[in-house]
Design a protein around this ligand. Structure first.
Ligand code: ZN
Length: 157
């Protein structure tokens, strides 16, 4: 019961009215003040716009559905609301998948990759993941490639 309130020195000259318009439109790029748990925020490697790529995969069929972009706040919303939220580079706003299309993505799990610059979001996708109406963004869009094949004889010298 000897707790004493330590009088904190009050800085008297802190500018509290600095215009925050410079950061209003851009996603937070700094670890400080991140809305995420500290370990997650520290592990994220954001691009120059403060964003990380998010690969979205159907949790039971392993279909790769689409790729989106998340800043710290979009990731926080995705981790805490059960719905996938992206950050739109072109519109510079948050975008919750399914709000306009009905094609909701229900979050099952989120993983951060080995070097922190990509997320794997496993979901239950309602309907089409792609805005063009295909199940995934990659359906019918395969490129012509030369396929490789593992050698059956191994690397015997
Ligand atoms: Zn698409």
């Amino acid at each position: 019961m000897s707790e004493q309130p330590a009088p904190a020195p009050v800085p008297s000259a802190v500018p509290v009215s600095a215009p925050d318009t410079a950061r209003a439109g851009a996603p937070a790029a700094a670890h400080n003040g991140s809305v995420l748990p500290a370990d997650v925020a520290a592990a994220l490697k954001r691009d120059g716009a403060g964003l990380v790529a998010a690969i979205v995969q159907q949790f039971d069929t392993n279909e790769v559905l689409m790729l989106g972009w998340m800043d710290d706040e979009a990731l926080r919303r995705t981790m805490t609301t059960g719905r996938v939220t992206f950050y739109s580079r072109s519109r510079q706003e948050y975008w919750r998948k399914g709000d306009t299309s009905g094609h909701v993505q229900w979050v099952k799990s989120v993983a951060l990759d080995c070097d922190g610059d990509a997320l794997l979001v496993r979901v239950d996708q309602v309907g089409a993941a792609c805005h063009t109406g295909t199940r995934t963004c990659f359906d019918g869009r395969g490129l012509s490639v030369v396929a490789g094949e593992a050698s059956v004889t191994g690397n015997a010298s």
